[in-house]
Design a protein around this ligand. Structure first.
Ligand SMILES: Cc1ncc(COP(=O)(O)O)c(C=O)c1O
Length: 439
């Protein structure tokens, strides 16, 4: 073997041992026939693809769903991390129960009570982020080809779960009052008549990702009545319920279900504490939770005991609501700044939502603009957003975009929306020049 066969280990500069050859793109065909249907069918989340770009310091990222790490209570986190090392190292480094640490599940019950939902500790399972709760829910109920109802647009991170398990998703349109329950009922009736009744309905009633809208009380009640009358199982995903800038909290679907067992509830500490800890939860009736527990055993045995202990200590020592109130103050200012910048810098043909909480605005441009193409031009100007198509499984959403206002400062929001507005205006002018007399 010549010295040319020695390839540096990328990133470390350490020479690889002589027998090692790096497998390159040319070798890809070797694996194609071996990939499972699940791996072949899974689409990447557009957000994850964008994360690599948006990590760059020179990009103003309106793409992520990132809480502002500057808002984290740094000293408190420091203290807890030090105490974990001193007092809890053995338990925090050991395997734990699949359904999570009892003490943390008790805190989860109290947090849910803050939102008016009475859960029993035995119905709670800790998950590795809210994302795992979605994955386990879909894997528990959906076989390839099964029908599922979801808002359109839906959470872009749920899209790879739906595609992985082969869900046939019917999107239900939204307006300012959340999912159009009348249209959901029509879609449900069509699918039932077709002999393909929906297995589940997935919804984010509060400050929806990506649309930012909230389901009205009247629609929540109608949805629950429909679920009870028709045996429709609802997966309620609620990461943003507490990220509220105005208005009174509305009851969760879980609460309105009143123990009837037609709602599986999902949430996460990612948005109220920190996403890096990867701690979320699911609340489900015992028979469902048993199946989810088996799915979790297969996936990761248990969620990190280290971060579960971290969250438990945080909740024991602090009133997390103070932290959330502080976050909400910061995000409210950023939301206002984004809405003002959109008003000032986007053309009058664009529309957008006005969220009363959460992290996102959903903007829609004239339908001749494909936001995927716009994105390439925006990245040249060092601004990123999520193209609307990422929030649909049927190719819709092409002229929409998701804009995040929590992750960057107000001045960067103004700058970023300004640059985006210029790109949008250029597309509009080009279209007008090519189509004189038509708008
Ligand atoms: C609606 C929704 N569900 C679930 C998640 C995933 O949460 P986690 O980061 O805890 O996995 C997110 C994250 O953005 C979300 O917006």
């Amino acid at each position: 073997m010549s010295t040319n066969d020695l390839t540096d280990n990328p990133g470390t500069g350490t020479p690889l041992p002589p027998q090692t050859r790096l497998v390159g793109p040319a070798d890809a065909a070797r694996y194609d026939s071996r990939f499972s249907a699940l791996a072949s069918g899974t689409m990447s989340s557009a957000m994850r693809d964008l994360m690599a770009i948006t990590e760059r310091a020179d990009i103003i990222s309106l793409a992520g769903g990132l809480p502002d790490t500057e808002a984290f209570p740094r000293e408190i986190y420091d203290d807890i991390a030090a105490d974990l090392g001193r007092d809890y190292l053995a338990s925090a480094l050991q395997y734990g129960p699949t359904d999570g640490m009892l003490e943390l599940r008790e805190h989860v019950v109290n947090i849910m009570a803050e939102e008016g939902a009475r859960a029993r500790v035995e119905d709670v399972m800790i998950t590795s982020g809210g994302q795992q709760a979605i994955d386990l829910s879909i894997r528990t109920f959906v076989d390839r080809g099964d029908t599922v109802l979801a808002e359109g647009p839906t959470y872009p991170g749920a899209v790879p779960c739906f595609t992985a398990y082969g869900a046939d998703v019917t999107h239900i349109p939204l307006d300012d009052d959340g999912m159009r329950i009348d249209l959901m009922e029509e879609a449900h009736a069509r699918l039932v008549a077709d002999g393909r009744p929906p297995k589940i309905l997935y919804t984010i009633p509060n400050f929806q990702n990506p649309a930012g809208v909230t389901m009205s009380l009247e629609r929540r009640q109608r949805l629950i009545e429909f679920a009870h009358a028709n045996g429709l199982l609802i997966i309620e995903d609620n990461p943003y319920g507490q990220i509220r800038f105005e208005g009174d909290p509305l009851p969760t679907l879980y609460e309105l279900d009143d123990g009837a067992g037609w709602v599986v509830y999902l949430s996460t500490f990612s948005k109220i504490l920190a996403p890096g800890i990867r701690v979320g939860w699911v609340v489900a009736p015992p028979a469902v939770l048993r199946k989810m527990n088996l799915g979790k055993q297969a996936a990761d045995l248990c969620s990190s005991t280290f971060t579960q202990r971290f969250v438990t200590e945080y909740l024991k020592r602090n009133d997390y609501r103070d932290h959330v109130a502080r976050l909400n103050g910061i995000y409210r200012g950023r939301r206002d700044t984004m809405l003002q910048a959109l008003e000032a810098r986007f053309p009058s043909t664009a529309t957008w939502t006005r969220p009363r909480g959460g992290l996102f605005v959903w903007a829609t441009l004239p339908d001749y603009i494909d936001t995927k193409h716009l994105q390439a031009r925006a990245l040249e100007r060092h601004v990123a957003f999520v193209p609307g198509e990422a929030a649909f499984l049927d190719g819709r959403g092409r002229s929409s975009m998701r804009l995040n206002f929590s992750g960057v400062s107000e001045s960067l929001i103004t700058e970023g929306i300004g640059r985006l507005g210029e790109v949008v205006s250029e597309f509009c002018s080009l279209h007008d020049a090519l189509n004189p007399g038509r708008s």
